[in-house]
Design a protein around this ligand. Structure first.
Ligand code: APR
Length: 246
């Protein structure tokens, strides 16, 4: 049996399957990933996405995030996002846990989405928590060339995302879902950023199945039931076809 057939069979047999996604699912929507062949961390220092850098050089920090915002703001979901939404509609996938900050799963129609690294479309004051749409921060940055500040307390504004050196707020909720799940379908993640990468590990350690779809090898390939090194959209569409042929 080929990998797609086995993956479809495992998904159909699962009681509570979840998807775990990373930047690789959005590259087909023209949003660069971090560690792939054209990844951002080949062109930029990962420190630019850290809390330390935000505090030390807010202008440089916003220069970097204005670029990332540009990639994301006009992006549309691709066939891989749509396939996961369809799998949820059919009752096969119960939730999507994503490390992405691009809202594309929701845009594709997925209802149960947990964005463990936040959402770039909203920003907040780092001091008082005041919420501001990121589009306003970008406009301020572009018009003035300097980092936006809070209208209420003058604290520094920053996207409502999890920066390096910060704990992901929603990770406990993600772990709870993982503990209830018997299959994890990981799509487009290098699975090397913790604690998020614990999600597929928890599912596997508790006796569930792990299916990995990713171009590059990941540290969890060795414990996975199936590893598919294919383009995310093509792989998910091939799995869906197996469902159709049931
Ligand atoms: N199909 C399949 N795999 C793909 C595709 C595609 N179309 N495009 C890229 N990939 C693979 C790459 O080979 C890479 O291994 O997706 C993976 C993406 O890995 P990362 O860039 O490390 O992204 P991610 O796992 O989401 O990173 C986790 O790191 O920098 C932080 O906060 C950031 O949330 C992010 C976290």
């Amino acid at each position: 049996m080929d990998s797609y057939k086995i993956a479809a069979k495992l998904l159909q047999g699962a009681r509570h399957a979840i998807a775990f996604t990373g930047a690789g699912i959005s590259t087909e929507s023209n949003i660069p990933d971090f560690r792939g062949t054209q990844g951002l961390w080949k062109r930029f220092d990962p420190r630019m996405a850290s809390r330390g850098y935000f505090l030390e050089d807010p202008n440089g920090f916003w220069q970097f995030y204005a670029k990332r915002y540009e990639y994301i703001v006009g992006a549309e979901p691709n066939a891989a996002h749509k396939a996961l939404s369809l799998l949820e509609e059919e009752g096969i996938i119960k939730s999507v846990i994503t490390q992405n900050i691009d809202r594309l799963h929701s845009k594709a129609g997925s209802k149960s989405v947990l964005e463990v690294h936040g959402d770039i479309m909203m920003s907040r004051c780092d001091c008082c928590g005041e919420q501001v749409p990121t589009v306003e921060c970008i406009k301020f940055y572009r018009d003035s060339g300097s980092a936006p500040t809070c209208g209420k307390c003058q604290g520094g504004l920053r996207p409502s995302i999890v920066l390096f050196e910060e704990p992901p707020d929603l990770i406990e909720a993600a772990f709870n879902i993982a503990h209830r799940s018997d299959l994890c379908l990981s799509v487009g993640s290098s699975l090397c950023v913790y604690p998020a990468a614990m999600v597929p590990e928890i599912v596997k350690r508790r006796g569930g199945h792990l299916i990995i779809i990713n171009y590059d090898p990941t540290p969890l390939d060795g414990i996975a039931d199936i590893v598919i090194r294919e383009k995310a959209s093509a792989a998910l569409e091939a799995i869906l076809k197996e469902f159709d042929g049931r």
